[in-house]
Design a protein around this ligand. Structure first.
Ligand SMILES: [Zn+2]
Length: 73
């Protein structure tokens, strides 16, 4: 029997994850896009300004990543 790795949850709604691309800290997980980031907000982990370091990735049924940053490990 072949191993079939299923996603952790089978919800159809997508999840948006916002993270700092400099330190990869997950900052926010939401189902709605963030429209605005304050210019004075900083990453609590590395202190980068979020207007520069905040990146978005979309979680769906399977792991697709929209940014290159995630591939650097
Ligand atoms: Zn950071």
């Amino acid at each position: 029997m072949t191993l079939n790795i299923a996603p952790a949850n089978n919800t159809n709604s997508k999840t948006l994850q916002y993270f700092c691309f400099k330190c990869n800290a997950l900052l926010k997980e939401t189902s709605r896009p963030i429209a605005y980031v304050s210019t004075s907000e900083r990453c609590p982990s590395c202190g980068s300004l979020l207007v520069e370091s905040l990146r978005e990735r979309i979680l769906k049924g399977r792991p697709t990543f929209d940014t290159k940053a995630l591939r650097e490990k």
